[in-house]
Write a protein that binds this ligand. Structure first.
Ligand SMILES: [Zn+2]
Length: 231
């Protein structure tokens, strides 16, 4: 097994994060709380993304082994809310994270609608994941559409219109500001979504207040592969 495989198996992950974390235990029991703090989970994502940038040639994962180790239950250590964009796969861009480790919610524009909010609450309250990351990305089509709606009043078909409407406040908030309009809106949209989770979800608000959960937001760069944590 090469270094690039380390994040791809639970055994490899344990060796990566060191003896103390192993002693604390990445639980094999069904739905046990992951024994990581919000800051440790964040550090693990940052290290994984660094690996993704520097050594993206991931080896074949031990998928059968991973599947067997998590079939009876899951203990994900981070919740990721990101865009449905096919180029932004959390398990890959955080360094080849294995089955059972990330609890992922995706929709165009990484919005926290009711279904997504419930998904996040399930991840932090029921599965005890200590970290929520709202991950926007460069050149997000949904955010670009919201920028068009904000500036030109563009009408979008079907359910796409109401979906994009939820992003329009972020576009309006940064309209006319220095820098790239769409990229500024991507950042603002991620910020507003993280703030919505932290304030409008009673479950998230209380867990954040107790120090058991952190909610952060970030931007993924399609060109460099870098996840820039913004909070
Ligand atoms: Zn997108």
């Amino acid at each position: 097994m090469c270094i690039n495989c380390d994040g791809l198996t639970r055994r490899g992950l344990m060796s990566l994060i060191g003896a103390s974390a192993v002693a604390a235990g990445l639980p094999a029991a069904a739905n046990a709380a992951p024994a990581v703090t919000p800051d440790a989970a964040l550090a693990r994502l940052k290290a994984g993304n660094q690996k993704f940038i520097t050594a993206p040639q991931l080896c074949e994962a031990d998928m059968a082994g991973q599947r067997a180790s998590v079939a009876k239950g899951q203990s994900p250590w981070a919740v990721i809310l990101t865009c449905a964009d096919s180029r932004v796969s959390p398990e890959l861009i955080f360094g080849g994270v294995g089955l059972g480790e990330l609890f992922v919610a995706r929709n165009a524009g990484n919005m926290a609608d009711t279904a997504t909010m419930g998904t996040i609450e399930y991840g932090i309250e029921h599965l005890h994941a200590p970290l929520v990351v709202v991950l926007g990305h460069q050149n997000c089509g949904a955010v670009a559409a919201a920028c068009e709606v904000a500036t030109k009043g563009t009408k979008l078909p079907g359910s796409i219109g109401p979906m994009v409407d939820a992003i329009v406040p972020a576009a309006k908030a940064v309209k006319g500001k220095p820098g790239d309009f769409i990229d500024n809106a991507v950042r603002e949209n991620a910020r507003l979504t993280a703030a919505k989770i932290s304030t409008q979800s009673k479950i998230a608000r209380e867990l954040v207040h107790e120090g058991k959960v952190k909610v952060v937001y970030a931007r993924y760069d399609l060109n460099s592969g870098v996840v820039e944590f913004l909070s």
